[in-house]
Ligand binder design. Structure first.
Ligand code: F6P
Length: 323
């Protein structure tokens, strides 16, 4: 065990994602089992700046494995992103004798963690976001639950779309990444999937493709639209005008961020949480826990934040062939 670590702290930051609780639970229980004192920081970096820090026990993590959201609460802090905020946060970590800070969140949260690392705070990042948009890892906690939630919702919209012989545009989350959209598009058999990575904004072509599908006998049309493209309501009006087919927009929004995590998210979150403690025990820090090429690994935080990730072409090809 890395002997100079006595106390660790854990926080969740940025948009919540199903499985964050399972991950915090793993960090708390594995941390205590490793002999560390474990502190919980409420409301992410905002709570760190307000010194909203309490000691956790194994029982603090009781009954949270199956629950969506994050019992530690989360936030996006403007003050933390300033040099003054970062200096203050690093000082607070020292004041509370936090020898290592575990951050469960997305890219933005990791950038904050990297700044803290530059100020002498040992950090470990664990990828928690529904968006799957963290370059160093093939999986982010919450993605599977979000896709399943959106898939169920789209199945329901599809039923009513079929009854009314309508076109439905369904907008899913994902910030600037099309992962949720493309996976739902495949899982729901959508006629069209619009993702920021390859959408050409040619609405006439889109209308022609829908009319072509109608010619081939289709009476109902599902378009999955990624948040990064957005404007689903006005797009629906333009598609209706261009095709003469009644078109409605549904924006799924925050329901994709809640709900009980799937088995995949619970397992990934638990393994990543335990792995974070293993990495600290082995004396490594300033690392991001990742799932890469089928293996759980840890990557230097600076290298991790330099990496780029594109939507895997195979998903776009699959959708194109099947839809
Ligand atoms: O990162 C998760 C996410 O839900 C994105 O898909 C979305 O763009 C963003 O968070 C919304 O953030 P907020 O809840 O702060 O509005």
């Amino acid at each position: 065990m890395s002997t100079d670590i006595k106390t660790i702290a854990v926080l969740t930051s940025g948009g919540d994602s199903p499985g964050m609780n399972a991950c915090a639970r793993a960090v708390i229980r594995a941390g205590i089992a490793a002999g560390y004192k474990v502190k919980g920081i409420q409301r992410g970096y905002a709570g760190l700046l307000e010194e909203d820090i309490t000691e956790l026990t194994s029982r603090s993590a009781a009954d949270i494995l199956s629950r969506g959201g994050t019992f530690l609460y989360t936030s996006r802090s403007r003050r933390f992103a300033t040099p003054e905020g970062l200096d203050a946060a690093a000082k607070i970590c020292r004041k509370h004798e936090i020898d290592a800070l575990i951050v469960i969140g997305g890219d933005g949260s990791f950038k904050g963690a990297r700044e803290l690392a530059g100020r002498g705070v040992r950090v470990i990042g664990i990828p928690g976001t529904i968006d799957l948009d963290i370059a160093c890892t093939d999986y982010t906690i919450g993605f599977d639950t979000a896709v399943n939630t959106a898939m169920d919702a789209i199945d329901k919209v599809r039923d009513t779309s079929t009854s009314h012989e309508r076109c439905s545009i369904i907008e899913v989350m994902g910030r600037n990444a099309g992962w949720i959209a493309v996976c739902c598009g495949i899982a729901n058999g959508a006629e069209e999937i619009l993702v920021p990575e390859n959408y050409d904004y040619d609405e006439q072509k889109l209308a022609d493709q829908i009319l072509d599908a109608k010619q081939r006998g289709k009476t109902r049309f599902i378009i999955v639209n990624a948040e990064g493209i957005g404007h689903s309501t006005s797009l629906a009006k333009r598609i209706e005008a261009a095709t003469g087919i009644e078109t409605r927009a549904t924006i799924l929004g925050y329901l994709q961020r809640g709900g009980n995590p799937t088995a995949r998210d619970r397992v990934m979150a638990s393994v990543m949480g335990v792995k974070a403690i293993e990495v600290l025990k082995e004396g490594r820090y300033d690392r991001i826990i990742a799932f890469k090429d089928g293996k759980y690994v840890d990557i230097d935080i600076n290298e991790a934040l330099e990496m780029q990730k594109d939507l895997d072409d195979i998903y776009l090809k699959t959708a194109a062939v099947l839809n």
